[in-house]
Design a protein around this ligand. Structure first.
Ligand SMILES: [Zn+2]
Ligand SMILES: [Zn+2]
Length: 146
């Protein structure tokens, strides 16, 4: 199934739908995401709570099964000054399947912008809940820590 719009929100049912939304959102931000990774916990779960501080460029996910906390991409470098805000869905759900997408500098594999796409496990809403300018260098290294 593909993304479906209800009112002003988009809904989907697979991680591919999140990826599609990251592409759509990032195209409107002028830095189009071209590489993606799906965060998977060390326990195998793909459902997380998400916190971020877009000003500091930091994202943090917490596994809903084993509660392992993981800093997304290069976030560990900027965590010290961060004020984390939890993300809530419009349905009040706070458990999400995630896709991390990055836009690259032209002609390089260097990260220019980072996007965190979410799919609410309660109502299936799909959206980019956080994005920030990111000068992390190698995109594959960044996404390995998605
Ligand atoms: Zn886990
Ligand atoms: Zn929801």
């Amino acid at each position: 199934m593909a993304l479906k719009k209800k009112g002003k929100y988009w809904y989907g049912d697979t991680s591919d739908d999140i990826r599609e939304e990251v592409v759509r959102y990032s195209a409107s931000n002028a830095y189009c995401a071209t590489k993606f990774a799906q965060p998977v916990c060390v326990c195998g779960s793909t459902t997380f709570k998400l916190e971020s501080d877009e000003d500091e460029g930091v994202g943090r996910r917490t596994c809903t099964s084993c509660h392992q906390v993981h800093l997304i991409g290069d976030s560990a470098e900027y965590e010290a000054g961060a004020e984390f805000e939890s993300h809530l869905c419009v349905c009040d759900g706070e458990q999400f399947e995630l896709i991390v997408g990055v836009a690259l500098y032209e002609g390089s594999n260097d990260v220019r912008w980072c996007y965190i796409g979410c799919r609410c496990t309660q109502c299936q809403l799909v959206g980019v809940f956080a994005d920030w300018k990111c000068e992390s260098g190698d995109a594959d290294a960044f996404l390995a820590e998605a």
